[in-house]
Design a protein. Structure first.
Length: 217
């Protein structure tokens, strides 16, 4: 509780700030608080991020001090920080170099071949920290240490839609074609609608299976 701060964000909003680092347990607490406040009548809207929760209210009906008290009351009980019960979304991915634009670069930096990269990237569940950058773009973490590579020095002007990418400790799927500087490790068959606070599991598929299931030009 002593590591949580309430900060004025706007005339109609308070920011609840948790510890200043990207961490699954902290983000899980952000979403636990969001769930706890959803039914509170003083709250109009809740916007979670990596380590903060933005709480909007109507200043014509409630004072900032009243909202602070509502939040403090919600924080009196410990927040559940485990993500084990979170819903799991499955995303099938082809890691073949023909669709993984940076497969060679990633392999050179990690010393791993395509099969090893696929096994490493798809070998654990990820947590949806937040959504942003573009509609449907979910920031997922945390990557295995061996795949925590820096972004491209020069971003691409156009990343193909459904490209699966990695950068630093995170991974993501580009929902639409757009500019981007993350390393492309594969291509998804399809992308479900993801929500912050979900878990995501990648499942490797062969190039033949991928080609048979996606729409051809």
């Amino acid at each position: 509780m002593n590591q949580i701060k309430l900060v004025t964000a706007a005339l109609d909003a308070l920011m609840v700030e948790f510890e200043n680092r990207i961490d699954r347990s902290i983000n899980a607490q952000v979403h636990a608080l969001k769930t706890r406040l959803q039914s509170v009548p003083e709250v109009l809207e809740l916007v979670p991020s990596y380590r903060c929760l933005l709480v909007y209210y109507n200043p014509l009906k409630h004072s900032e001090q009243q909202l602070k008290q509502v939040i403090l009351t919600a924080l009196e009980q410990p927040l559940e920080s485990s993500d084990e019960a979170a819903e799991i979304a499955t995303i099938e991915v082809c890691y073949d170099p023909s669709v993984a634009l940076d497969s060679e670069l990633i392999g050179a930096q990690t010393g791993l071949n395509t099969e090893q990269l696929a096994a490493l990237h798809s070998g654990l569940d990820y947590w949806v920290y937040t959504l942003g950058f573009a509609p449907g773009f979910a920031y997922l973490g945390d990557l295995p240490q061996a795949l925590q590579l820096p972004r491209l020095a020069t971003p691409r002007a156009k990343v193909p839609a459904l490209s699966v990418a990695i950068a630093n400790q995170q991974t993501a799927v580009y929902p639409h074609s757009s500019p981007g500087g993350w390393l492309i490790i594969g291509r998804a068959v399809a992308l479900p609608q993801l929500r912050a606070g979900q878990r995501v599991r990648f499942v490797a598929v062969s190039l033949a299976d991928y080609q048979a299931r996606v729409e051809r030009p």
